[in-house]
Design a protein around this ligand. Sequence first.
Ligand code: ADP
Ligand code: ASP
Ligand code: MG
Length: 409
Amino acid sequence: MINKIYVLKFGGTSIASTERINYVANRIYSYVKKGCRLAVVVSAMGNTTDGLIKLAKKINPHPSEREIDMLISTGEQISASLLAMALHKKKVDAISLVGHQVGIITDAKHTQAKILQIKTDRIKKEINRGRIVIVAGFQGMTTYNEITTLGRGGSDLSAVALAASLRASMCEIYTDVEGIYTADPRIVPGAKKIKHITFDEMLELASRGAQVMQTRAVEVAKRFNIPLHVRSSFSKKEGTIIMGKISYIEEPVVRGITLMENEIKITIRNVPDKPGIAAYIFNQLAYGDINVDMIVQNVSRKRTTDISFTIPESSVNKIRKLSNKIIKKIGAESILTDEDIAKVSVVGVGMKTHPGVAAKCFHALAKNKINIEMISTSEISISCVVKKKMGKKALRVLHKVFGLYKTSG
Ligand code: ADP
Ligand code: ASP
Ligand code: MG
């Protein structure tokens, strides 16, 4: 094990207090004793990032994204320096570095920046001097020295990207649950921990609402084939390994169920039913930097139709800005916003070869009097939009009907 580089990442709850920071320092110390060379990525303490965003909105309900990045990037700087101090107390040579000191270069898309390059000279130099490097996650810098952040949950991405550029032999994601479960264990207490899961399945779970791993982090792990070990910082138990290939005797049909509660439904009413309209609408949304998820176009009545789609609730201001322009240009009646929705998804690569999953899902929801407002399917997932207050119930119903309480492995 001597001299291998490990990347460890500790999430917000793992370092939510000074006691927890000291505990994490002890945990890091056990790696140091084994002779491991470490880059440790940290999130902001507890709910610091949410608190900072609230603070900004008290000052200005529509803060500029550049200033939001200036503000929220500070959370990780606090935890990185405190953790370095905790290690110094244990006589461990450690140094904290923020994004630009680590050489994480991003594009200029504030609050959602993409990593373009990591200049690893500084971090390698520190590691080679025998130092434990504590990296403030979630942030980078543009080529014009502007501070950027990598999207919510972005410290996962910092860790995976660093593991890729340092060619680390291990990337461990320490969090507040014992691994990846068949559903969020806080909502479905009987959910089972999964021992191994493929990048593809994890990507689908993450993008459909399992916030335990940031979707973009899983994408990078898949691209560079970096196995991830997601585990608890509150116990010593083995967690879940996310990896490229698993040799199943029989692939599970359904891997997990997810719930997404932070999307909204937009309906454009009475859209003229002619070629080019959908292209125009979704082009405008793309230019406006709005990610569209499900799209449903209703049957045409009297040559007009309704188009509904879901977007992240954080894009509500962006769509409001575009509404008038779109309505005028295409001659639609109005744009309605519905915040009262939740999306449940059934995910599993095995669904490709097993018919009947959709029918089972719809039947279970109907039997429990849960109305489905929108449906979308892919080869490996089925998603249903339901009323927000029905979301958690729908999650539990589907988890039960697909027998996931019994699965493991
Ligand atoms: P961190 O601060 O460590 O990054 P997050 O809050 O981002 O942690 O992610 C961990 C949380 O993800 C858990 O507390 C859990 O409630 C939630 N979660 C949602 N879906 C799942 C799932 N399928 N398996 C495990 N955790 C999940
Ligand atoms: N602190 C950031 C957030 O809350 C990044 C992270 O936790 O990964 O989104
Ligand atoms: Mg997270």
